[in-house]
Design a protein around this ligand. Structure first.
Ligand code: SAH
Length: 459
């Protein structure tokens, strides 16, 4: 028989104490050990809560009344914060957010990594933690007969119209509003997800941080875009800094935003941006960090930890379009980069050429396959940098690191839990984690990025 839960749906709890914050940004209160997640609450708060859902291991509650507020509470500046779901902790002061992220990293280092005494530094934050995103992509649809473009409502596919987003570059908001108005004026049919009809699916725009160059991408269901020339003409007239207009065709019934077919409608195929001294060409489909200001902070930290000298051979695993590789290549003798997406490697090679760097080599493939192959071919790295996706490094890669024994490993991570898990494997294989630096790439959200400095033990 299943155990009886200490609370039931629709129960009203008075004076519940919020003791923690989940990685999704929900407050946690416990009733006889049973965790109840309560959105829009913060640790240290005392609240009256209505139970809205109970599962076997945890439940969800709704905040009804706050009896005691956290000192870290603030009014979320975004008027649609609670509907959107893009941000999770706008109701917390920025200092509180930075401390939460540091605490989160420290906690998983202990719990998952069994690294009791590793130094976790205070999170490096932004001076102005707003308007930091260089890329906006908004779904287009129809609501009550009106053309709308904005965001999907939390846990639904309903599009809510939006005219500005406080974490976007203001320029992107401006561009989106302009594109919206023009498409509306020319009677472009918004995409209908249910019936798979209509023309315009998404509007995407990217503004380069250092150069202010702008790209607009119109994602359409069909190659045909009515009034194409007139639309282009109006966009060119109305957007300062515009360098590229691209149409991308996605005819599939899918949640994936872009399709395979892209056509330049006006201007260049790419826009250019700089991170530090390095220039990048960014096409409509390129992966490019969305917060370039903090990306620079992150990469400089990675470079500092790598302590690269002019004789060093470096491997950059999960290199994307070569951003970290090119940073490292400024100081190293030779850098090898590996990445699984062929288009990203194309971009990486172009970026190396663009910066006149000849000491880098890129290869397409899985890091856990290519790096063991390099090892067999006799390639030895003095420094190895990894920057894997959320699931962390493949075990085969970690084993190759343990065999190759680079003196230094720098681990850039977007998921502290898998970082901690992988650090434990490296520790057991003869490495020591010296320090971990969290960097805030995504203010107002619960995402945490961290860099770890790891060294081969000498004894
Ligand atoms: N270092 C880059 C990209 C990091 S994102 C930057 O800072 O911009 C992680 C990258 O790992 C993505 O580009 C993804 O395509 C790639 N990737 C995912 N699995 C991989 C694997 N098994 N081997 C190599 N690359 C992989």
């Amino acid at each position: 028989m299943s155990k009886k839960l200490p609370i039931q749906k629709n129960d009203y709890l008075e004076n519940a104490y919020i003791e923690d914050l989940t990685h999704e940004g929900n407050g946690v209160t416990k009733i006889e050990g049973y965790p109840l997640f309560v959105p829009n609450t913060l640790p240290g708060e005392n609240a009256n809560i209505k139970v809205v859902k109970t599962g076997k291991n945890f439940g969800f509650g709704k905040l009804i009344e706050l009896n005691e507020e956290s000192k870290e509470r603030q009014d979320p500046p975004c008027p649609i914060y609670h509907e959107c779901g893009g941000c999770q902790i706008q109701h917390m002061t920025y200092e509180g957010q930075l401390r939460t992220k540091e605490k989160h990293v420290r906690e998983v280092m202990k719990r998952i990594g069994k690294l009791e005494d590793v130094t976790v530094h205070p999170t490096m934050g932004m001076e102005r933690p707003w308007h930091y995103r260089n890329k906006a992509q908004v779904p287009v649809g129809e609501k009550d007969g009106r053309f709308v473009a904005g965001f999907y409502q939390k846990r639904s596919h309903e599009i809510i119209d939006m005219d500005n987003c406080p974490i976007q570059y203001e320029k992107n908001d401006e561009v989106i509003q302009h594109v919206k108005a023009i498409c509306q004026r020319f009677g472009i049919q918004p995409y209908d997800e249910t019936n798979h009809t209509g023309t315009l699916r998404h509007i995407m725009t990217r503004t380069a941080y250092e150069t202010n160059e702008v790209m607009v991408v119109l994602v359409t269901r069909t190659p045909k875009l009515p009034h194409k020339e007139r639309i282009v003409e109006e966009l060119v007239k109305g957007i300062d800094g515009l360098k590229s207009i691209v149409q991308n065709v996605n005819s599939q019934k899918t949640n994936v935003i872009m399709g395979d077919q892209t056509e330049v409608l006006w201007g260049e195929e790419v826009i250019y941006d700089f991170i530090g001294d390095i220039k990048f060409a960014i096409s409509a489909r390129s992966f490019y960090q969305v917060n370039p200001e903090q990306t620079r902070v992150l990469y400089e930290k990675a470079l500092e930890y790598a302590e690269i000298g002019p004789d060093h051979t470096v491997i950059d695993a999960y290199c994307g379009i070569g951003t970290i590789s090119l940073f490292l290549a400024q100081k190293a003798k030779k850098v090898y980069g590996v990445e699984i997406v062929p288009q990203a490697i194309e971009d990486a090679k172009n970026n190396a050429r663009l910066n006149g760097m000849e000491n880098v080599e890129f290869e397409v493939g899985a890091a856990e396959v290519v790096i063991p192959k390099w090892y067999e071919e006799g390639i030895r790295a003095d420094v190895l940098v990894v920057d894997p996706p959320r699931k962390g490094c493949d075990e085969a890669l970690l084993n190759t690191i343990l065999a190759m024994k680079p003196e230094k490993v720098v681990y850039v991570s977007c998921n502290p839990s898998t970082l901690a898990r992988d650090l434990r494997i490296l520790e057991d294989g003869g490495y020591k984690t010296l320090e971990v630096q969290p960097v805030d790439m995504f203010p107002q959200t619960m995402h945490v990025e961290a860099v770890a400095r790891i060294e081969l033990r000498t004894e």
